[in-house]
Design a protein around this ligand. Structure first.
Ligand code: XMP
Length: 551
């Protein structure tokens, strides 16, 4: 498959480069920067992008396989990537007196940077895409036309190129006087000091598109249907007639994985297990059961482990203690229940690991073996053993969250399922603050259901449901009671806090700005229907400084 390879050196924005390339309809894969570039790794590769890094080329920064300079493929170095290319090819990189961070003006060199014929051969395809379009920023970038003297780029660097490597010329400088865009005069090699993948970088997408579509001449043929075809082919080759076990959480990722497995492999070999910890949302277990049955599941174990979990949580009030007990118990229950299944010895374990689960740490996918989905199965001995034995299937591990949703739609899952808000592994235990009891879980579940149903019923000014406008919404039961009046008497009810945030990935989040009418009516609906709740608050803290969950 035609693709762009992205070498990851640990920058937080490297994942975004992949995102941007895929948005162009080109498949992109992020691999550790120091990966060996074997023939297999280079199969289908049309170009290589070297990403940024918190490290220095003269410090602990990773080296690259020398093959990138021999394979003849187009290269684009971004920040550290540019430093890497410069240092490797005989230029000089040095620390800046003061780190440059944020918006920095980049000024085009006034004289056309191209004085030779050969570079034009290489640089031209870089821009041809844009010559056909109205805006021609990249053409202007290199020719230094007046219409495009400068633009605002986004930088984050402590080092700079001080001497270009032989064969490179400078096309633009930062306002602070350092090379901002360089290219090789004979080879299709480019470097930028700024981060075109960051949305605040003017013309950043054009620049990436110029490289991917212009220089590398990728065909924009990648789409989810194609991804699923390949994933299905791989699954069939790996696990054709073998048993596969998948632990289902009820979330989008594991549900899409289940749908994919059931549509690809013989259903009699697919074993699905869902552990009901007693900390699930209202009606969740029944919904999961119905949905998986509709998808054709033949072996579906719904494990009722409420007593195990609530028993273990009794008396615990500290958030970290609660999380640890749940994580450990999850493993115990999982082992106990898996042992009851009649699985063949060498069965596969499937997981709904996403691409971001693997790269979010900023360590790159090189650490893949150590990075397991931050879910119930963190550090699970079963996952570790299966990974070691090469019996782990992670068919979504190249996808981002919204791509998984699209995959779910193509696999026939309903909008309700694919657009579900995220739900944390420890479930309601982190939303019943302090000690978790069956009674408190029931109160919270009832209130949460009303909140969510109201969000699904109400429309935003844009005529979308509030639920679909919000990234994640839920109720939190506080370990507090307050005085109220119910009828003629005084009531001493629980305080409930509502949380609703917008976000793109959960790493940062903004408070959803409800219309006053909506939040007031939702509050009334809750206190009318759940007598144990006497007061409702709305959490107006963004992340940071708060987190999305309360515990
Ligand atoms: P925080 O609270 O850290 O949450 O801002 C960010 C996102 O992660 C979810 N979350 C979890 N998901 N296991 C999970 O699978 C967990 O232990 C966990 N804790 C938080 C949270 O719901 C939000 O979407």
């Amino acid at each position: 498959m035609e693709k762009i390879l992205i070498l990851d050196f640990g920058s937080q924005t490297t994942a975004l480069i992949g995102r941007r390339v895929r948005e162009m309809g080109v498949y992109a894969e992020v691999i550790p920067g120091d990966s060996e570039l074997t023939d297999a790794a280079l199969e289908g590769v049309r170009g290589i992008i070297l990403g940024g890094s918190p490290e220095s080329v003269y410090g602990k920064g990773a080296k690259v396989s020398p093959r990138i300079y021999e394979c003849g493929l187009p290269l684009l170095g971004i920040c550290y990537g540019l430093h890497r290319i410069t240092a490797d090819l005989g230029g000089i990189v040095a620390p800046l007196a003061k780190r440059e961070f944020g918006a920095v003006e980049v000024r085009m060199n006034q004289k056309p940077a191209i004085g030779l014929k050969k570079p034009v051969m290489h640089v031209l395809p870089f821009f041809t895409r844009f010559l056909r379009r109205e805006e021609r920023p990249l053409w202007n970038l290199v020719t230094g036309q007046k219409s495009f003297d400068s633009f605002t780029a986004w930088m984050s660097h402590g080092d700079t190129v001080v001497t270009l490597a032989p064969g490179f010329v400078e096309a633009a400088k930062s306002a602070t006087g350092y090379p901002a865009i360089v290219f090789h005069t004979e080879k299709p090699w480019f470097g930028v000091q700024f981060h075109p993948e960051v949305s605040h970088c003017e013309h950043g997408n054009d620049l990436l598109a110029g490289f991917v579509l212009g220089v590398c001449e990728c065909s924009q043929s990648w789409n989810m249907g194609r991804y699923l075809e390949l994933a299905q082919k791989k699954l069939k080759e790996a696990a054709a007639e073998r048993d596969v076990l998948l632990l289902i959480s009820g979330g989008v990722d594991s549900t899409v994985t289940a749908a994919l497995l059931l549509k690809t492999l013989p259903p009699e070999h697919i074993y699905l297990m869902y552990i009901d910890t007693g900390l699930m949302r209202q009606g969740e277990t029944e919904e999961v059961k119905d949905m998986l049955t509709r998808l054709g599941a033949r072996h579906l174990s719904i494990v009722d482990a409420e007593a195990d979990f609530l028993g273990a949580l009794a008396g615990l009030t500290k958030p970290e203690e609660k999380r640890k007990v749940i994580g450990d118990l999850f493993i115990t229950v999982q082992e106990r229940e898996v042992a009851k299944l009649t699985l063949a010895d060498n069965y596969f374990l499937a997981q709904g690991t996403l691409y971001t689960d693997l790269i979010e740490s900023g360590k790159g996918v090189g650490a893949k073996a150590h990075l397991i989905k931050t879910h119930h199965n963190v550090g699970s001995p079963l996952v570790d053993a299966k990974r070691k034995a090469g019996l782990l299937l992670e068919p979504l591990d190249c996808l981002y969250k919204d791509e998984v949703r699209e995959a779910g739609r193509l696999l026939g899952l309903t909008e309700d399922v694919v657009m579900r808000h995220p739900f944390p592994g420890p479930g309601l235990a982190v939303r019943v603050l302090g000690e978790v009891t069956k009674e408190k879980c029931a109160i919270l579940r009832a209130a949460d259901k009303i909140f969510i149903d109201e969000l699904k019923r109400r429309a935003s000014p844009e005529q979308k449901t509030l639920y679909s406008e919000i990234w994640q919404a839920f109720a939190v039961l506080l370990p507090l009671r307050s005085v109220g009046v119910a009828g003629d008497g005084r009531q001493y009810g629980y305080v409930l806090s509502l949380r609703a945030v917008t976000s793109s990935d959960g790493m940062t989040a903004d408070v959803y700005p409800f219309e006053a009418k909506d939040i007031l009516e939702i509050s009334t609906a809750i206190t009318n229907a759940v007598p144990e709740i006497g007061r409702v608050c709305y959490d107006v803290s963004s992340k940071p400084p708060a987190t999305i969950e309360w515990e």
